[in-house]
Write a protein that binds this ligand. Structure first.
Ligand code: ADP
Ligand code: MG
Length: 330
């Protein structure tokens, strides 16, 4: 079989090499977090994510406070994607000499505000000198064994849904180095700099047997849905007109001549949850979800039998598009 290149090829090699050492019952590489059973019907979930200057962010384009918030948010999002409640975080940073005290203070204040919002204590980490700012956060969560949601449980017939709008963060990335012209643009930049982790929603969805698979959207729906399809051994059909777009995205894209649909399909870092739900239980699940959280699940397509592949449709007509999500070239 041809090896994949880039980030996912490398991860595949690591996964294959170390698979024999993963104990039965433990989930290792391939999901949003690792799952380690600790007895008593519970497991620890562990996840780690890096943010590297000039790869994930530009120092002058994001405030230190927002970067601190985001560093933890992306990790809490991965815990939520497994159905786990956050327990603790660990913060490792590489900091160049010229970074001043105000930046460090701002970073910690942003990190702390999200820690406090979800009661996630910071319990350790590491600090080193570096040429650029490098942030690596590890988060631990706790989940009841029966409520772990993985990427491999999607079944033909399932409805594919997301918990929020797509493409806002990608638009924010395009706008971040400019002065925002209105409230819409400010909200798009905020979606990119201060993404909302769906912590409570993930735990709630973890408890629902009708949810067969779950992950968070970090690389764009085109790339991330493929991970669910590959892990589950199924295909999917997605209706492009059903992809939820915020008013801010629609208006800004129209004004600036951007393709909002392309941003919604390929744009990363929305950190909404992507789920596959048993079809005959979807309506009831959606009613309960919206009474609990005040927002609806957005159905965007369905799982089909077949080899991992996404069939894009518009108004029921198959579309030949070549949208891809974000992959790091390494
Ligand atoms: P996410 O976007 O949910 O954080 P990633 O795409 O970063 O997931 O990673 C996919 C999977 O690969 C995860 O299970 C992650 O733990 C694993 N992974 C990524 N990089 C490495 C690495 N260098 N060593 C071991 N596992 C890795
Ligand atoms: Mg993830």
């Amino acid at each position: 079989m041809k090896r994949k290149s880039g980030e996912f090829g490398w991860i595949g090699q690591i996964r294959e090499r170390f698979a024999p050492s993963v104990p039965a019952g433990t989930v290792g590489i391939g999901d949003d977090g690792a799952v380690i059973p600790v007895g008593g019907g519970r497991s620890i979930v562990a996840t780690t994510d890096m943010l590297v200057e000039d790869v994930h962010f530009v120092r002058d384009a994001i405030t230190a406070n927002d970067l601190g918030y985001k560093s933890l948010a992306v990790n809490l999002s991965d815990l939520a994607a497994m159905g786990a409640e956050p327990l603790a975080s660990f913060l490792s940073v590489g900091i160049p000499k010229e970074v001043d005290e105000a930046w460090k203070e701002g970073f910690l204040a942003g990190y702390q505000s999200l820690s406090e919002e979800f009661n996630v204590p910071l319990l350790g980490g590491d600090t080193t000198a570096a040429g650029k700012i490098i942030i690596s956060v590890t988060a631990l969560g706790s989940v009841s064994d029966g409520q772990v949601k993985r990427r491999n449980g999607a079944r033909p017939g399932d409805i594919v849904c997301v918990t929020g709008t797509l493409g806002d963060s990608a638009a924010g990335l395009l706008l971040q180095s400019q002065t925002p012209e209105n409230e819409d643009e400010r909200s798009l930049i905020a979606a990119h700099h201060r993404p909302k982790p769906y912590v409570k929603e993930g735990v709630w969805l973890g408890r629902q047997a009708a949810v067969h698979a779950m992950m968070d959207v970090s690389d764009g729906i085109a790339s991330d849905l493929m991970h669910i399809l590959e892990e589950s051994g199924v295909a999917a059909r997605v209706e492009l007109d059903a992809l939820p777009q915020s008013g801010a995205l629609r208006r800004t894209a129209a004004r600036r001549g951007w393709d909002a649909e392309k941003l919604a399909v390929t744009g990363g870092e929305d950190y909404v949850l992507l789920i596959a739900v048993q079809r005959d239980r979807f309506d009831q699940l959606n009613r309960c979800f919206s009474s609990e959280f005040g927002t609806e699940l957005h159905p965007i397509g369905e799982i089909l039998p077949g080899r991992p592949n996404i069939e894009w449709q518009r108004g029921g007509e198959v579309q030949e598009i070549d949208y891809k999500g974000y992959t790091h070239e390494i």
